[in-house]
Design a protein around this ligand. Structure first.
Ligand code: GLP
Length: 245
């Protein structure tokens, strides 16, 4: 596990540079993408790099980690809307090559199976970008999610509903369920980059990186992956005292 600590701007630049490097080494890369406030700066820089002619997404395929159940794709809080406004509409990616779970599918379990099949058919994820929830969740894999889990429907915990309420008009409007890639789906990616920013993430980052590998802290599973880069701003890194691990 490699750990980078820097300013927020350094984190955004490094995250974007790693993605550009991946696409340059394999123009038809399959990217696993994340939402939340953390990767916004990375996407802004990717858009700049695309506009400067540094990178083309023309042959790239993407799979997003997750989506809420039961809100329209056009809803400003949906992850479809997030990806479109933060990245997809600003770059030359083929919209048919972008994939986000359908949280309005009639049969959500069938949608989950289909999503896994599509990832497999694409050859698997080359580079997976991750944020982390305050309770250690990755994607929407809440504490105690089995490490063997594939894409599935999840009941969101109160902690996550509270944390994500800031994006909605009211707490009541936060969906109670989501579709998320599972821990195993994430761990199958060939390379993983987890980004965390801000003091509220310091404690969970310390537990994820230095604590025991346990489903109680879903992100701790990353300690078992052979190719992980953790990008932290100084505040998120403030709980780490010994980085020798
Ligand atoms: C949501 C997403 C996660 C994300 C997390 C943290 O719950 N499902 O993928 O990592 O929020 O969000 P933020 O980056 O805004 O702290």
């Amino acid at each position: 596990m490699e750990i980078f600590i820097g300013t927020e701007a350094d984190c955004d630049e490094l995250g974007a540079r790693e993605i550009v490097k991946q696409i340059k080494s394999k123009p038809d890369s399959v990217l696993g993408l994340a939402t939340g406030s953390t990767p916004e700066g990375i996407y802004r820089r990717l858009v700049e790099k695309h506009k400067n002619g540094e990178v083309s997404f023309a042959r790239v395929k993407t799979f997003n980690l997750d989506e809420y159940v039961g809100i329209p794709e056009s809803h400003v809080c949906s992850y479809h809307y997030f990806m479109d406004t933060n990245l997809f509409r600003h770059v030359d990616i083929d919209p048919n090559a972008t994939h986000i779970p359908d949280g309005n599918a009639m049969d959500l379990n069938a949608e989950c199976r289909k999503y896994e099949e599509m990832i497999a058919q694409s050859g698997g994820i080359d580079l997976q970008l991750l944020g982390i929830g305050p309770n250690g969740h990755i994607g929407f894999n809440e504490p105690e999610t089995p490490f063997e889990s594939l894409t599935h429907v999840v009941d969101l915990t109160d902690s996550t509903i509270n944390a994500n309420a800031r994006f909605f008009e009211s707490h009541e409007q936060v969906p109670r369920q989501a579709v998320t890639m599972g821990i195993k789906s994430i761990m199958q990616a060939r390379r993983i980059i987890l980004v965390a920013k801000g003091a509220p993430k310091a404690h969970v980052i310390m537990r994820a990186i230095k604590g025991p590998v346990t489903p109680k802290v879903p992100a701790s599973v990353l300690q078992l992956h052979p190719n992980v880069l953790i990008i932290l701003d100084h505040d998120a890194a403030s709980g780490l005292t010994d980085l020798s691990k």
